[in-house]
Design a protein around this ligand. Structure first.
Ligand code: FAD
Length: 523
């Protein structure tokens, strides 16, 4: 009988199949040659003790037992060239996984994306980084694959529905991601690998008869008698459909403004806002692994930290070990940060958003904007950052201890943020209450993670696109907008996801509900 085991081994043993087999043979009192295969089901790091261990959940298959390697294959996608059409606005994870699910169910998706395909997008990312030019349709947030394409590709989520998460991970593997993502406690793909996966998803959609339109911005949603009829694009073209999945992400301010103008019910939603902190990766390794040098077998260490400060949560967000801080503005005249990393996470620095939870009452100074109050609050901080750093894509920056003491840093060393930094007292970027919380919060972080509070760490401001500042409300059961028939608000922009996996899950959910509404068989 195959044997399922939970074991703890040294990192060098976990990294080497031969050493692992030897370890298991000893543990199980068998000869090494009796072990046919070891399947790793789950892998995590236990860094609580001085001698770091790797937790493994494994199945050991012995000789003379049937063992067939599980092959992950694509689902049986249908040809939908002549099927009923549904519009999917946005080719982020929500839109793309909605499109795949529609195809599986026999519906033809027409995916409409304002940005360029993954290749075309690269040139515009270079333009932001090098020339300080922001293309409003093609940037780190907009374009094929959405905000997730040039990201760290972390694939963990707070979703408790393991089945839903595993389904998305399986699809990622079927489209070319490493099978390790099915096993690791904190899986990630990396910026260098994601674009090919995204491109393969697009090619499958087209091969099955779906449509994908790039550089096509939706500028209007046609509504008659409270029911959608189709969309209008920036060229004035109309594309008709009675069902629209609206998956435009948290940065599509023009879509929020459009809905507001058309009196389609939307509401302000709290989000979180703060800075992006960058430390030397070796410093984070030494804190997290309690060692001077992490060695050859441990990955660059991540961290996760949360504190309550003045009754608000202040926490690390989208932490990227061995990563780079990216300029994520979607319009000229603003500065926004976020982070990415390559699959090996082999850059010299560790960065993380450090953000404070906001409350609706914080948006009061922007109350005249109604449902867009949070968005205007967010915009005002991004614009102030742009202004203070010199009206380019340079970012206001400050050393961490200097920030806690309200002192302008004398100098800012080169950081991973390519457009460059300007030394600014970051208290000028944020409202007073937020600055106070962050000053106090970093001191508390330093007490929990000895070495974290250091002037070697550079803060970049702001980290402001943590989730959507607007919710587009929908019925919990049908997922249809509360007021507009046929409109399916979806993914992060609508307020129903916070990351690649949860956005993809939400895309699938909307597609399933559409198939149900069309009377198609949904198993
Ligand atoms: P989006 O990905 O935002 O996609 C929306 C799409 O709609 C975009 O492609 C946009 O161009 C398009 N669109 C907008 N308006 C229109 C319009 N009017 N007409 C047509 N198309 C339109 N999440 C993680 O889980 N792990 C990570 O490691 C991670 N790292 C990140 C790093 C960076 C640099 C960034 C920016 C984000 C990161 N995120 C990460 C967040 C993650 O990318 C998002 O949560 C996720 O992409 C949301 O998916 P979505 O499909 O709902 O929206």
């Amino acid at each position: 009988m195959p044997k399922e085991l939970l074991i703890q081994v040294a990192p060098e043993v976990a990294a080497n199949a031969q050493l692992l087999n030897e370890h298991l043979a000893k543990l199980l009192h068998v000869n090494r040659s009796e072990i046919q295969h070891v399947s790793i089901l789950k892998r995590s790091i236990d860094a609580r003790q001085k001698a770091i261990k790797i937790n493994l959940k494994i199945t050991v298959f012995f000789q003379d037992e049937p063992f067939v390697e599980d092959k992950i294959e694509l689902p049986d996608y249908k040809n939908v060239a002549n099927a009923q059409e549904v519009i999917v606005v946005g080719a982020g994870p929500a839109g793309l996984f909605a499109a795949l699910q529609l195809i599986e169910l026999g519906v033809k998706p027409i995916v409409i994306e304002r940005g360029k395909d993954v290749r075309g997008r690269r040139r515009d990312l270079k333009a932001i980084n090098v020339d300080h030019v922001v293309n409003e349709d093609s940037n780190y947030c907009f374009g094929e694959g959405g905000a997730g394409t040039y990201s760290d590709g972390k694939l963990y989520t707070r979703s408790k529905k393991r089945g839903d998460v595993d389904r998305i991970l399986t699809l990622f593997v079927a489209f070319g991601a490493t099978p390790d993502i099915m096993v690791d406690a904190h899986p990630h793909i990396g910026t260098n690998k994601l674009p090919q996966i995204i491109q393969d998803i697009r090619e499958k959609i087209i091969e099955c008869g779906g449509k994908v339109l790039f550089e096509t911005r939706v500028t209007d949603i046609l509504i008659k008698n409270n029911e959608v009829q189709g969309v209008v694009t920036q060229n004035g073209d109309t594309i008709e459909a009675k069902k629209i999945i609206l998956a435009t992400g948290h940065s599509a301010r023009d879509i929020f403004e459009l809905l507001d103008r058309k009196k389609v019910f939307i509401e302000a939603k709290p989000f979180a806002l703060g800075v992006r902190a960058e430390h030397p990766q070796s410093l984070i390794d030494s804190i997290q692994y309690s060692c001077d040098f992490r060695g050859d077998f441990l990955p660059p260490a991540p961290y996760s930290i949360v504190k309550q400060v003045n009754g608000r949560g202040m926490y690390s967000f989208c932490m990227c070990p061995g990563g780079v801080i990216a300029p994520c503005a979607t319009s000229p005249g603003e500065v926004v940060t976020n982070g990415w990393s390559p699959s090996k996470r082999d850059q010299a620095t560790a960065n993380s958003g450090i953000v404070v939870e906001l409350k609706l009452e914080d948006f009061k100074p922007f109350a005249k904007f109604g449902a867009l109050a949070g968005m205007e609050f967010q915009k005002s901080i991004e614009q102030k950052a742009w202004y203070l750093a010199g009206q380019t894509q340079k970012v206001p920056a400050q050393r961490m201890i200097d920030f806690t003491q309200g002192k302008v840093s004398k100098d800012i060393p080169k950081t991973s943020y390519v457009p460059g930094t300007t030394s600014v007292e970051l208290g000028q970027v944020f409202p007073g209450f937020l600055t106070q919380i962050m000053r106090e919060g970093f001191v508390q972080f330093g007490k929990s993670m000895r070495g974290y509070l250091t002037n070697e760490a550079i803060l970049h401001a702001p980290e402001s696109r943590t989730s959507s500042p607007v919710r587009i409300p929908r019925d919990n059961e049908t997922l249809v907008h509360l007021q507009i028939k046929g409109l399916y608000p979806c993914g992060e922009g609508a307020g129903y996801a916070g990351g690649i996996i949860s956005a993809a899950i939400d895309g699938e959910k909307c597609a399933l509900k559409i198939a149900e509404a069309l009377g198609l068989a949904v198993s």
